[in-house]
Design a protein around this ligand. Structure first.
Ligand code: ATP
Length: 247
């Protein structure tokens, strides 16, 4: 499903270029559920953005689902992301002026008929226990409920690849375990490959595969963290296609 070879990514840093990602070889199979662990600033989010086609790589080969993402132009990467990738973020990126149902509707194909669309939406919202709340604005929902809506948005088109960056980072433990369980369940059902960045080793235990980024990225710990510089430009671009804003 995912094949990485000789992947490198650098960023400008204090007048120089700093190598952040340097991966000789790595792969994942369809349906794998991978918890990506590693120190702050080690490039985990950058790696997700490369997998998702949000950022271009400098060198190397990346193939996802038989598509060669390396070498794609920006517009091709946008099309790849819309078709192949579901994204879940710590801060949800729900559009605050739209109801949670409307937020999810943004990613459905325009060609889908109204009745089919409503049945699909109602089915998903019912499944996550939010059917009664689907016509409310994100601000009226708890953070756990907002993340459930964001998971529907990521999963409703059953993408082959799901990328989650600290999806439970802002939730209490019980809600976090619940949300992670939901994400794992829907990915397993869709046979989607799930790559989730998490700092929480207890939550990582829920995953079949725990990947210490230090074992794949050869330039770990060489860079200072970006600190409060979030959401990054790459995060914003990941949701550009759904008019993304922070809720
Ligand atoms: N857009 C950017 N411009 C310049 N440098 C960047 C940019 N994005 C990331 N970096 C650099 O890459 C390093 C890795 O950042 P990244 O966010 O990928 O790490 P991380 O492992 O996800 O960290 P954390 O766990 O704290 O979220 C940062 O320390 C920063 O120096």
């Amino acid at each position: 499903m995912i094949k990485v070879k000789g992947l490198q990514k650098s960023f400008p840093h204090q007048g120089n270029t700093q190598l952040i990602i340097d991966i000789e070889e790595w792969s994942a199979q369809s349906g794998d559920a991978i918890a990506l662990l590693g120190p702050s600033g080690s490039g985990k989010s950058t790696f997700l953005h490369l997998l998702g086609g949000v950022l271009p790589m400098d060198k190397g080969v990346l193939e996802v689902g038989g598509q060669k993402v390396s070498g794609m132009k920006e517009s091709e990467r946008d099309a790849y992301r819309a078709l192949m990738v579901g994204y879940v973020f710590q801060d949800f990126y729900l559009v605050p002026s739209l109801t949670v149902r409307e937020n999810v509707e943004l990613v459905l194909p325009r060609s889908m008929g109204k009745a089919e669309r409503m049945a699909l939406l109602e089915g998903w919202f019912e499944r996550v226990g939010l059917k009664e709340r689907m016509n409310q604005l994100p601000s009226k929902l708890s953070r756990g409920q907002q993340q459930r809506a964001a998971i529907i948005r990521a999963m409703i088109n059953r993408p082959p690849l799901v990328l989650a960056d600290e999806p439970t980072g802002s939730l209490d433990w019980e809600t976090a375990a619940d949300i992670m369980g939901l994400l794992l369940e829907v990915c397993e059902e869709s046979r989607s490959t799930l790559v989730t960045v998490t700092h929480d080793r207890h939550l990582a235990e829920l995953f079949k595969t725990k990947l210490d980024f230090a074992t794949v990225n050869r330039c770990l710990g060489t860079s200072p963290s970006r600190g409060e510089e979030v959401p990054s430009e790459a995060d914003r671009r990941a949701f550009a296609e759904v008019g993304g804003e922070r809720a």
